[in-house]
Design a protein around this ligand. Structure first.
Ligand code: NAP
Ligand code: ZN
Ligand code: ZN
Length: 348
């Protein structure tokens, strides 16, 4: 075992604070990564504050990790020491169940080992995430980063990127389709860039009038102020697909009304309280309301390669780890453009 520096929360109400933890010695299939950057996902806030009621403390969040390989086990093929490597929301799964075999490790029937706040099947205890200076991960759950992309701005692709890419691909979003992205935050702004790169006509729904210009710059063809009923009415029955990234309570029926016949609204944002769907919103027009969870490892690599080809990264604000509690406050107040990324060089 070796000691790593980190930031952890001791309870749902305590701020994140310096912490030290143990990482396992890398085995033959493991890489040890010196973490350079870690994105700050809204999920980190939900879990640190126990909003989903399943947090074990101390909790070290972080699942948008990019760093440098400092040790590679004898059987590691993907990397050598000195290479840049990335880790997303999972660090292991059973690899033998139907879902793992289909490349959908996030739905592992024995439970995927998520990067933090999950039982650690190798070392015992709970997994600790990327708000740390190092991590040890089986190479099967690591990703390669296209060489020409800025590595700090690549970190958010590991969650926000794959979480939006996977449903866009699953629902075959492309040219000739009108696609809505609800909420222009970390996930939403990646959804806009990716849907645009896939060839769709992209419409952003925002509650923040000060984001309109950015939405267009990021690739939106239209922007709708979702609080304005007239603007919403103009969009009725017109969408082939809508991706909803909103992390708070909102009227889902207002968006189902915007779908064309047989079209789908996929929810990726996870409000702490249930959303209320009127059955009539679905039966008139045979509409679908679905969900999606991150994406499998192979698809995450495909997304990174796609971003490499299209020069897509996140719009980020780099913060030192000492400012993480302030960053959480700002994230909750919707004051980030569009992803905080922790510069791990600050963790001394
Ligand atoms: P974020 O950066 O905070 O973005 C959420 C956006 O939702 C905000 O920027 C805001 O956009 C909109 N919003 C916030 N409060 C709202 C309200 N009361 N009513 C309407 N809109 C509101 O968060 P994120 O990191 O993108 O994460 C979004 C959600 O996805 C979180 O719940 C997170 O846990 C979840 N998530 C899910 C997965 C998955 O696999 N399914 C993966 C990662 C994250 P506007 O200002 O444009 O309105
Ligand atoms: Zn996330
Ligand atoms: Zn499995």
């Amino acid at each position: 075992m070796q000691t790593a520096k980190a930031y952890s929360a001791a309870s749902a109400t305590s701020p994140l604070a310096p912490f030290s933890l143990q990482r396992r010695e890398p085995g033959p299939h493991d890489v040890q990564i010196q973490i350079l950057f870690c994105g700050v996902c809204h999920t980190d806030v939900h879990i640190v504050r126990n909003e989903w009621h399943g947090t074990t403390y101390p909790c070290v969040p972080g699942h948008e990790i990019v760093g440098r390989v400092v040790k590679a086990g004898a059987h590691v093929k993907k990397f050598k020491e000195g290479d840049i490597a990335a880790v997303g929301c999972m660090v292991d799964s059973c690899r033998t169940c139907e879902n793992c075999k289909d490349g959908l490790e996030q739905f592992c029937q024995q439970g995927a080992t998520f990067t933090y706040n999950a039982p650690d099947k190798i070392s015992g205890g709970m997994t600790y995430g990327g708000y740390s200076d190092s991590i040890v991960v089986d190479e099967a759950f690591t990703l390669r980063v296209p060489k020409h992309l800025d590595i700090a701005a690549t970190a958010p692709l590991l969650c926000a990127g794959i979480t939006t890419y996977s449903p866009l691909r699953f629902h075959k979003v492309g040219k000739g389709q009108k696609v809505g992205v609800v909420g222009l935050g970390g996930l939403g702004h990646m959804g806009v860039k990716l849907a645009k790169a896939l060839g769709a006509h992209v419409v952003v729904f925002t509650t923040s009038p000060n984001k309109v210009k950015d939405a267009i710059r990021l690739g939106a063809d239209e922007v709708v102020n979702s609080k304005n009923e007239d603007e919403m009415k103009k969009q009725l029955n017109s969408f082939h697909f809508i991706l909803d990234t909103v992390a708070a309570q909102h009227d889902i029926n207002a968006y189902l009304a915007l779908l064309r016949r047989d079209a789908t609204l996929t929810q990726v944002g996870v409000p702490a309280e249930p959303l209320s769907v009127h059955v009539s919103s679905l039966i008139f027009g045979r509409k679908n309301f679905s969900g999606s969870l991150i994406g499998g490892i192979q698809e995450t690599q495909e997304m990174l390669d796609f971003c490499g080809e299209h020069n897509i990264t996140a719009d980020i604000e780099l913060v030192p780890i000492q400012k993480i509690n302030e960053a959480y406050e700002r994230l909750v107040k919707n004051d980030v453009k569009y992803r905080f990324v922790i510069d791990m060089a600050s963790l001394k």
